[in-house]
Design a protein around this ligand. Structure first.
Ligand code: KDG
Ligand code: MG
Length: 405
């Protein structure tokens, strides 16, 4: 069997997605997601101009060999663009292997190690009543774990907080030629957020698993203080407290708090998180199949994490496509050290462009039974939604300095 055709599909049904479609000479197709929020066309070009021509004629079954060929053979290793491109190829080849074998991908990975994939959702609000409504709306949808974000008094709109909808929905990238700019003040945030968790615990009780994302905004000592201040509220995890480039920063945080720590959505390889895992500086590793080299490489990261008692907590916002959600569900089902899976529902039009068989039931994602990943793309519908520039907001402190998110 040989790869006959490789196609890159860019579509924007409400938001941008980059999809790789690999077709074999027998007519079997596999899909991979290559969406890199706000930098989509860089990955599309990497795939179209530099990867697709290398794949035609190769044996689609040689997944590991193809991974090494693209990674080592490219010389310029790692980085989000390269690793998203390799991920898309890898996931498409796993999809093809499953279809040829007549088995869902999780069966090829060793079979299901659990009955379903526990998810957490995003609740947010501009004030407490809105936040409570959002939590309630998500619990009504069946979710069993909730990420809590709230606006900071005195600041304008901030990233990660939905505006005025009962499900607290927000879109990670805003359409337009230039990114929006928001104001950030860490001191105001650190003063307000423990009180938010106090009220959420009062309202929803001690048992509901609660998560929080600090979006890389704090210095290590600020993060240490936040972890401590949140200890009474028993978080499932505190995410991305410091900028992810510095693995050492997490040591300082760890020395000061027993609040469980999660990081990793911007990591692209095992080398970005090897120290964090080996030194047990985190409790959950948040790499996403789409941004860290596909099923093949993320499985390797989770394998290392297992040795050190670190659990998975894959990134799954709505800026990854249903192809990545499907790949994550298959991997999550099969690994021994699964922790939790982020789940942010897509708009209905996205589900129409990417029909899929995975389903959310009672807060758990379930894979479908068909061979491969169980996801396809409606190319005619996708063609109706051309690419539109859209960016994550840029943050500045009150004196105008560009800040981490
Ligand atoms: O593209 C960036 C988003 O995926 C990210 O900001 C969402 O932090 C996020 C999360 O935890 O889902
Ligand atoms: Mg995050």
């Amino acid at each position: 069997m040989k790869i006959r055709d490789v196609q890159v599909i860019v579509t924007s049904p409400g938001r941008n997605f980059v999809t790789l479609k690999v077709t074999t000479d027998d007519g079997v197709t596999g899909l991979g997601d290559a969406t890199l929020n706000g930098r989509e066309l860089a990955v599309a070009s990497y795939l179209r101009d530099h990867v697709a021509p290398l794949l035609v004629g190769r044996d689609p079954h040689r997944i590991e060999d193809t991974w090494q060929y693209l990674y080592r053979g490219g010389y310029w290793r790692r980085g989000p663009v390269t690793m998203a491109a390799i991920a898309a190829v890898d996931v498409a080849l796993w999809d093809i292997k499953g279809k040829v074998a007549g088995l869902p991908v999780y069966q090829l990975l060793g079979g299901a190690a659990r009955n379903g994939v526990l998810t957490y959702c995003h609740a947010s609000g501009r004030d407490l009543p809105e936040l409570f409504d959002s939590v309630e709306a998500h619990l009504a949808l069946g979710y069993r774990a909730v990420r809590i974000q709230m606006a900071v008094p005195g600041l304008g709109p901030i990233y990660g907080v939905g505006s005025g909808t009962s499900t607290g929905r927000y879109e990670p990238a805003i359409r337009g030629r230039l990114p929006a700019e928001e104001t950030w003040d860490s001191s105001a945030y650190l003063r307000s957020i423990p009180g938010v968790f106090e009220k959420v615990r009062e309202r929803f009780g001690p048992e509901l698993p609660l998560l929080h994302d600090a979006h890389h905004r704090l210095t290590p000592i600020q993060a240490a203080r936040l972890g401590r201040d949140l200890e009474p509220y028993d978080l499932f995890w505190l995410e991305d407290v410091t900028p992810a480039e510095s693995q050492d920063a997490l040591r300082l945080v760890r020395e000061h708090t027993t609040t469980p720590l999660a990081i990793g959505e911007v990591f692209n390889s095992v080398w970005d998180c090897e120290q964090l895992i080996r030194e047990r500086l985190i409790d959950y590793i948040r790499v996403a199949v789409v941004h860290a080299g596909g099923i093949t490489h993320v499985r390797r990261i989770f394998g290392l994490a297992e040795v050190y008692g670190v659990k998975s907590g894959s990134h799954g916002p709505n800026d990854v496509s249903p192809v990545t959600v499907a790949a994550a569900v298959h991997l999550d089902l099969a690994i021994p050290n699964f922790g939790i899976q982020e789940h942010m529902r897509h708009e209905p039009i996205v589900d129409e462009v990417f029909p899929h068989s995975h389903r959310l039931r009672d807060g758990y994602l379930q894979a479908g039974d068909e061979p491969g990943l169980g996801v396809s793309i409606d190319e005619k519908l996708a063609a109706k939604y051309p690419y539109q520039p859209a960016y994550l907001p840029v943050n500045r402190t009150t004196d105008g300095t560009v800040h981490d998110w």
